[in-house]
Design a protein around this ligand. Sequence first.
Ligand SMILES: Nc1nc2c(ncn2[C@@H]2O[C@H](COP(=O)(O)OP(=O)(O)OP(=O)(O)O)[C@@H](O)[C@H]2O)c(=O)[nH]1
Ligand SMILES: [Mg+2]
Length: 299
Amino acid sequence: MKSGFIGIIGRPNVGKSTLLNSITGEKIAIATEKPQTTRNRIRGVYTALAENDADSVQMVFIDTPGIHRPRNKLGGHMTRMATDTLREVDAVLFVVDCAPSAGGGDAHILKLLEEIDTPRIAVINKIDVMPPDAFKVVYDAYANREMFHDVLGVSALTGGNVARLLGILRGLLAEGPMFFPADAVTDRPERFIACELIREKLLLYLDDEIPHGVAVEIESYEELRGLTRIGAVIYCEKKSHKGMIIGKEGRKLKGVGKRARADIEALLGTKVFLQLWVKVRENWRDSDFALRSLGYGDE
Ligand SMILES: Nc1nc2c(ncn2[C@@H]2O[C@H](COP(=O)(O)OP(=O)(O)OP(=O)(O)O)[C@@H](O)[C@H]2O)c(=O)[nH]1
Ligand SMILES: [Mg+2]
């Protein structure tokens, strides 16, 4: 069989995590319209076993944080996770869109990609909302570079052309072993995904100012028959943010909890009892100790 590791790299917000979810068919990585949503590396496994072993394939995709100019230690960690991945994989998907902000950030990543020998594919995402002439501009910009094995447009959101992308990758991979069991979807435990789902709701429902300073930590996780009891702490950086997260009469936090619970119930297939607390931890994004304890240490 063929197998290998594939890095998903790009600027923030281009749709890397959405693409990972689309490939694995499960929501294992959170995705929001806010840049810098992903903070860790998340592996997603695609396995297609054929009757004939030679036709079987296992691809391990690594979703990475968007590469950006870091403003704090968390940002440095995130960008390092992404750039380190470039050297550890058998193929790289360089995901782009046609956002007006694309230029500088993509140019920086192209330089990093030039330094590696790994096969690279330029994946132009969001073609479902891209006018043909805009697609052509982006396509030409990458097709003219010899560094890419292939350039293709996809829609991670609708799944458009994702099968073709998998076909191209299959052609790039060498013979190899199964790295994960055939039914594995991710290396991340359910409790990590549950924690991320809470953060996703915070990103979605909080004003722009707060989300990047928010972290979530699971304090207790108890699996009973048909019920999972989860206690989680939401950390923010300022007292005023704490008030905004809780909201008037606790309404904001209740809304976040309700939506997170619905998603976690779908993930676990059990009822979920979710308790949330909000705490202030000043400047945690610049504290090595806090970053490590919140799961943003080196992996
Ligand atoms: N229309 C459209 N929107 C998309 C597509 N793929 C992703 N999006 C949207 O783009 C936004 C960003 O998606 P993410 O998957 O979080 O992007 P990301 O690259 O993982 O972002 P970071 O984790 O911040 O680096 C979300 O609002 C997605 O719904 C697509 O194919 N079409
Ligand atoms: Mg992401």
